[in-house]
Design a protein around this ligand. Structure first.
Ligand code: 13P
Length: 249
């Protein structure tokens, strides 16, 4: 049985004080939720306030990115040991916005994923096709390439500790959610890639989240798909009422 993960990716929103207030508001709304792991990923500077406010709750805190080296002269970067020291247990890797605006590649995704695993952080590794790739019938090729370069080089032990997020780029922030059927198709394809490379048990155990315009009113239909193990939520994770409604789908 795969335990669902409902993770909020705040992107570049909220100050430390707003993060603390959000978590104090969210905590009682999701306190009874034991069916899913609950994760909130605020901006770096909010992490200490978020960790503090989430202490003693069932909410884990994650970062939105990391660098693959532990320390050094890398202006502006944050390492996995620093995230762990700050109280993070999760980290998003390879989000499409990082790929699009900050030059993230499948190669850097691989390095960041292993760096996270080395420090016992759980990476939520993002894959997904752009609109023109979907319209050009390239979705499966894109996913296969992202899997081959970013994920298949992990050892079986490493692979067992990651979470994958399928985020079709055309569905992010557009209000254009993939239908449950479209999402299910991609999740099934990813699970077959995993099966071919890592075997049946790894494929059955791997949690694959869906991300892209997830809202309280579409989460139920998405979660009804057998290959879909949770959600990576952007916009709707910024409000404690709507995020709690998604957690408590
Ligand atoms: P939205 O939920 O705002 O579409 O964002 C999805 C996303 O990118 C989560 O990582």
């Amino acid at each position: 049985m795969r335990k669902p993960v409902i993770a909020g990716n705040w992107k570049m929103y909220k100050t430390p004080a707003e993060a603390a207030a959000f978590l104090r508001d969210l905590a009682p709304r999701v306190a009874a939720a034991s069916h899913a792991e609950i994760v909130v990923c605020p901006p770096f500077v909010d992490i200490p306030a978020a960790v503090d406010a989430a202490r003693g709750t069932n909410i884990g805190i994650g970062a939105q990115d990391l660098f693959w080296l532990k320390e050094g002269a890398y202006t502006g970067e944050v390492s996995a040991p620093m995230l762990v020291a700050a109280g993070c247990r999760w980290v998003i890797v390879g989000h499409s916005e990082r790929r699009q605006y900050f030059g993230e590649t499948d190669e850097s995704v691989f390095k960041k994923t292993t760096a996270a695993l080395d420090e016992a952080l759980t990476p939520i590794v993002c894959v997904g096709e752009r609109l023109e790739e979907r319209e050009g019938g390239m979705t499966e090729n894109v996913l296969a390439t992202q899997f081959a370069t970013g994920l298949s080089r992990l050892s079986p032990e490493q692979f067992a500790r990651i979470v994958i997020a399928y985020e079709p780029v055309w569905a992010i922030g557009t209000g254009r959610t993939a239908t449950p059927e479209i999402a299910a198709e991609a999740h099934h394809f990813l699970r077959e890639l995993i099966r071919a490379h890592f075997g049946d048990a790894a494929s059955e155990a791997c949690r694959i989240l869906y991300g892209g315009s997830v809202k309280a009113d579409n989460i139920k239909g998405l979660m009804a798909q057998p290959d879909l193990d949770g959600a990576l939520v952007g916009g709707a994770s910024l409000d404690p009422v709507s995020f709690a409604a998604i957690v408590n789908f």
